[in-house]
Design a protein around this ligand. Structure first.
Ligand SMILES: Cc1cc2nc3c(=O)[nH]c(=O)nc-3n(C[C@H](O)[C@H](O)[C@H](O)COP(=O)(O)OP(=O)(O)OC[C@H]3O[C@@H](n4cnc5c(N)ncnc54)[C@H](O)[C@@H]3O)c2cc1C
Length: 489
């Protein structure tokens, strides 16, 4: 930090998720001393949410690190928030069990080849093929073709299962695409396979779960690096007035007087930006930005973590596992799958995806507990149902919480990777002052990231990107002897 040369520009950051924290950290590192981060809720972390329970931690938002080489992963190592053994080794023992609608299990070898051949390995091969046609190959088309080929290859082994059960495996592929790459959207035919690459496929792909305090520990670490008192919790920005040349005026819910800042970085989710489009901005956002925000879709994805008095699955399987339950057409499962929770030996994670999240928001704890028992009974038919009743249930409600209004966001993925990147870059373009060069309101957040969109590290990088943009502007202004925007006009 250049302590001897502190810059006096005031910067407000709206939102204390990882992109807001990244912006604050970057500005702080660059010597900017007048930073205020306004967060609407009473906690930092945004769509990462680490909850302490019964001596363990669980995550209700992000849980995994998707790449090795990122600043966030380095921080995580520094504060002990990664499991120190080799993540890849752990995944060698990962059990991915497929349960058919009548409760029988697909032979494990078949289950393993199903996931690899129909999706993970083969989908990777297709998109990494240089001749891959991005514009026409939707996930639906590509994955269903792979499924058909897998069926033919394994016809002999599959003969012992009823054909109607085999048909239901298609639902697992749809759910998987919904969870993995289309991030909660309903229509998987709208998703190009290349989005998978954009999201996380590269040689650094990791998928390592957080541990020992998880993302919450990284938030604490980042905050410890910021200047004291720069974070203001329970401050909801209700209006951004960027009409004036002498700075940006922010109004806050429940406060009468707006506050003035030289620059503002906004990091709210696309769900929030879409929802506040008509009341947040004065003057309204330029047409291009409004159109972009209308085009970007949001997906819904929630976590239900159930704690149990006893670990009834101890004898059933290893420490790392996932149960996927195939569903009949028109009889969707409420939960998508059941996954072990590395950081809590007596807890299970149940994913709720897409329109089922709306049902989740209407459900009381009692009804949710019943739904968990019902789903678990299908997977563990031999276990006494009383043991399947959770002692405590934790749940997210990303799609309903007014601070988020979405689990994820992504672009209408109809025209391939190039489009995905371009849209993010256009969304990230700052609003300029009247001199047409001074960045007045800057945009960060996972949806503005042109790489690995919808991840914590991309959110962080987007905040760092906007901090660098501001620091470059401040320093060129200093070189030219201009301090205020007005003098540049
Ligand atoms: C269920 C789930 C699982 C996920 N799993 C992973 C994973 O394993 N790995 C991974 O890398 N990513 C994962 N993600 C994605 C990752 O969590 C997000 O991409 C990332 O956290 C987004 O950060 P952000 O800063 O862009 O937005 P947010 O985290 O949404 O931060 C925006 C902040 O702005 C605040 N805010 C909103 N409106 C206002 C206002 N008017 N005034 C002031 N503040 C406001 C909000 O309260 C929030 O804190 C997951 C997401 C979900 C929902």
């Amino acid at each position: 930090m250049s302590n001897g040369n502190k810059m006096e520009h005031s910067v407000a950051i709206i939102g204390g998720g990882f992109s807001g924290l990244g912006a604050a950290y970057g500005l702080n590192q660059g010597g900017c001393s007048k930073i205020t981060l306004f967060e609407a809720s009473n906690r930092l972390g945004g769509r990462t949410w680490t909850v302490k329970t019964n001596g363990h931690t669980i995550e209700l938002g992000a849980q995994y690190f998707h790449v090795h080489k990122s600043e966030i992963y380095e921080f995580a190592k520094k504060c002990g928030a990664v499991i120190q053994d080799d993540a890849r080794k752990r995944y060698e023992n990962f059990e991915s069990i497929i349960v058919l609608p009548d409760g029988t299990r697909l032979d494990q070898e078949l289950a393993d080849s199903f996931w690899d051949d129909c999706y993970y390995d083969n989908a990777h091969k297709i998109i990494m093929d240089k001749d891959y046609d991005q514009s026409i190959t939707t996930s639906k088309v590509a994955v269903l073709k792979l499924f058909e080929e897998w069926r033919q290859r394994n016809a002999e082994k599959l003969a012992s299962y009823s054909s109607s059960h085999i048909e239901t495996l298609e639902s697992l592929l749809r759910r998987s695409v919904q969870l993995q790459e289309s991030l909660g959207t309903e229509d998987w035919s709208n998703v190009v396979l290349s989005s998978y690459r954009e999201w996380l496929v590269d040689s650094e792909n990791l998928n390592e779960p957080t541990a020992h305090g998880g993302y919450g520990k990284i938030v604490e670490y980042v905050v410890s690096q910021l200047s004291a008192n720069c974070v203001k919790l329970n401050h909801r920005v209700s209006e951004i007035d960027w009409s004036s040349d002498d700075g940006v005026y922010l109004s806050f819910e429940g406060q009468e007087k707006p506050q003035r800042f030289d620059r503002v970085v906004i990091t709210c989710s696309v769900g929030v930006l879409k929802n506040t489009l008509n009341q947040m901005w004065k003057p309204p956002l330029p047409l291009e930005k409004r159109q972009l925000l209308r085009e970007i879709t949001v997906g819904q994805l929630d976590r239900v973590v159930a704690e149990f008095p006893q670990r009834f699955w101890a004898k059933e399987c290893s420490n790392s596992f996932e149960y996927s339950v195939a569903e009949k057409e028109n009889e969707p499962n409420f939960f998508s799958n059941i996954v072990s929770v590395e950081s809590h030996p007596n807890a299970l994670l149940l994913w709720v995806v897409g329109h089922q999240t709306l049902e989740l928001y209407q459900m009381g704890q009692e009804a949710l507990s019943d739904a968990i028992v019902k789903f678990l009974s299908l997977v563990f038919p031999d276990v006494d149902p009383n043991k399947l009743r959770p002692s405590k249930i934790h749940r997210s409600n990303w799609g309903q919480d007014r601070n988020f209004l979405c689990g994820y966001s992504h672009q209408q993925l109809v025209s391939g990777a190039k489009h995905v990147r371009e849209t993010a870059e256009r969304l990230a373009k700052p609003l300029l002052a009247k001199d047409k060069k001074t960045p007045l309101v800057l945009f960060a957040g996972e949806a503005t990231a042109n790489e690995h969109y919808a991840t914590v590290h991309s959110a962080w990088n987007s905040g760092r990107r906007e901090a660098s943009r501001l620091l470059a502007d401040f320093s060129s202004r200093r070189r030219d002897g201009q301090h205020f925007i007005r003098s540049a006009i």
